[in-house]
Write a protein that binds this ligand. Structure first.
Ligand SMILES: *Cc1c(COP(=O)(O)O)cnc(C)c1O
Length: 339
């Protein structure tokens, strides 16, 4: 090879295994697996936020309009408000359950939906909103973290891009961070790969291998988590200490009908309110199985009091992530801790 040829080669496109930042067989194995589940081409990133920032940096230009969920993952709004301030974006924040006013997508470059939303578990109709956004010329991305690809396939519903934190239920063991983007458009996929290679925002091969090892039990974990959530929601309904109980998997929940149309499985994440912050602390002190953690979707049941992170929710708002414990044990423990 002539001197200078190495730099001239399009090394950012990956494919070769000459340098770990451009590509390696461990990434490709997991990207093939997740891409199959999403129904698209997957590009791994080292965290959900790395996937979201790679998406926004690759797609948005100065002065663009972008639609974000006002009730979704808080760091996404923070990223746009702080790190992207110089882009002078026209940011339109809409709550996931709507209303989605006429003209809301006019002149918009990118619409980011999050359904079910974190922390509220609200749902929007991906197919309907994708059709409206496409008619206005916008790209549509769906944050699919809470659903996982086994619960929902946004690309089949008309979205252009799946973005997800695999740190949560997909990896499911609360011991690593990972994220990904999935698309059907090869040009978009190449843009994401180039951004990953040149920014150096890359997953570690060991974490990648752990995620691949873990997705073999994703179906089993989601099934038990949903079973535990259903049992807890049933027992907590009407409980004197509990208000605002919501789970998209529950018949009668305001999100249930929309969720049923587009989801194939429920996860174990639901929400409710206790009187105040002290009541949540007391609940956690008394429980033997439930621990405080801001992540969710893991083997162990966890509670996150979202107001502590600045989410616009009441002080006693609890996002409960049902784990894979024995259902009777978990229900008994939660009820005694609330008594
Ligand atoms: C956790 C989360 C993220 C961020 O993922 P990290 O892996 O923590 O970077 C993004 N979106 C949603 C909905 C999340 O729950």
């Amino acid at each position: 090879m002539q001197p200078g040829m190495v730099m001239a080669a399009p090394y950012h496109l990956g494919g070769g295994d000459f340098y770990g930042r451009a590509g390696n067989p461990t990434w490709r194995a997991l990207e093939t697996a997740i891409g199959d589940l999403d129904g698209g081409r997957c590009v791994l990133l080292p965290s959900g936020m790395a996937a979201i920032s790679t998406l926004l940096r690759s797609v948005l230009r100065h002065g663009d309009a972008v639609v974000l969920p006002s009730d979704g993952y808080y760091a996404t709004r923070q990223l746009v408000a702080d790190e992207f301030a110089d882009l002078a974006l026209d940011v339109r924040e809409i709550p996931t359950p709507g209303p989605w006013p006429d003209g809301v997508f006019d002149g918009v470059r990118l619409v980011l939906l999050e359904t079910p939303s974190n922390p509220g578990g609200d749902v929007c109709d991906i197919a309907e909103l994708a059709e409206r956004a496409h008619a206005a010329g916008a790209l549509v991305a769906v944050d699919n973290t809470t659903a996982t690809p086994l619960g929902q396939r946004p690309l089949e519903l008309g979205a252009d891009i799946v973005v997800a934190s695999d740190t949560k239920a997909l990896a499911g063991h609360s011991d690593l961070l990972m994220g990904h983007l999935s698309v059907r458009d090869d040009e978009l996929a190449e843009r994401f790969v180039r951004a990953r290679t040149l920014s150096g925002s890359i997953p570690g091969p060991f974490e990648t291998w752990l995620v691949h090892r873990s997705i073999g039990t994703l179906d089993l974990r989601l099934a038990r988590q949903a079973e535990n959530a259903a049992a807890l929601v049933e027992r907590l309904r009407g409980h004197p200490a509990v208000s605002g109980l919501r789970w998209p998997g529950a018949a009668g929940d305001p999100a249930h009908e929309a969720a049923k149309r587009q989801m194939r499985r429920w996860g174990g994440v639901f929400r409710f309110e206790l009187a105040d912050a002290a009541a949540v602390a007391e609940f956690l002190r008394r429980s033997r199985l439930v621990v405080a953690a801001t992540s969710f979707g893991g083997l162990h049941s966890t509670v996150d009091r979202r107001a502590q992170w600045g989410d616009p929710v009441p002080e006693g708002f609890v996002r409960f992530s049902a784990g894979c414990e024995d259902t009777a044990d978990l229900v008994a423990d939660v009820l005694q801790a609330l008594s």
